[in-house]
Design a protein around this ligand. Structure first.
Ligand SMILES: Cc1cc2nc3c(=O)[nH]c(=O)nc-3n(C[C@H](O)[C@H](O)[C@H](O)COP(=O)(O)O)c2cc1C
Length: 177
């Protein structure tokens, strides 16, 4: 798939068909994430792949609690269990680790798209203390790392409309605002 096609095709998917993703695809996806630029090439990102059914159930439940606690709109959270989860961490003592890790996450999403998978990145579970702690515990997080995002990748079970974007009129400026 061509780059611009993948960029256009990527949309947040919140419905997945339960299936396993071959390990070689998971490695290819994280390999692409690891090619992202990073401040001083410090590569602060770490990715934990979570496929275990019981772990995914616990994370789904805590995500559901998290959405309630945040007062977010109601979601069918089954997608959390049906996909493969990537818990994304950063080494917090590195330079601009969140920025670099976010760039790696975008690579991850585009690589997943190019391989024909749907995906979504979520940070609500990062902001919700009980979900954050659960994910860190399930991943046996070592000291010095911090959770940045939870990404779900899987076989898309929906084809949502493109969410509207602001357009260049609002976002692009030549020389000055
Ligand atoms: C930093 C970040 C955090 C997000 N967190 C969540 C989340 O917790 N739950 C969720 O359903 N979607 C989450 N999303 C997905 C956004 O809602 C989605 O990207 C946005 O609505 C644009 O839609 P699109 O991805 O289909 O283009 C997040 C996206 C980003 C970039």
């Amino acid at each position: 798939m061509k780059l611009f096609e993948a960029i256009k095709k990527r949309k947040s998917i919140r419905k997945f068909e339960a299936m396993k993703i071959p390990r070689k695809d998971l490695e290819k996806i994280v390999g692409a994430a690891s090619l992202a630029p990073s401040a001083m090439n410090q590569q602060p990102w770490r990715f934990v792949v979570i496929e275990d059914v019981s772990k995914k159930k616990q994370i789904r439940q805590s995500y559901e609690n998290c959405r309630k606690a945040l007062g977010a709109y109601k979601q069918d959270t089954e997608f959390v269990e049906n996909g493969v989860l990537f818990a994304v961490f950063m080494e917090k003592e590195k330079l601009k680790p969140e920025f670099s890790t976010a760039l790696a996450v975008e690579n991850l999403l585009l690589a997943a798209t190019a391989l024909g998978y749907g995906s979504i990145v979520m940070t609500a579970p990062v902001s919700h203390k009980p979900s954050n702690e659960l994910i860190c515990e399930l991943c046996n997080k070592p000291a010095g790392l911090e959770l940045v995002a939870l990404v779900v990748v899987g076989k898309a079970g929906e084809a949502p409309e493109r969410k509207e974007r602001s357009g260049l009129k609002k976002t692009l400026f030549w020389e000055e605002f």
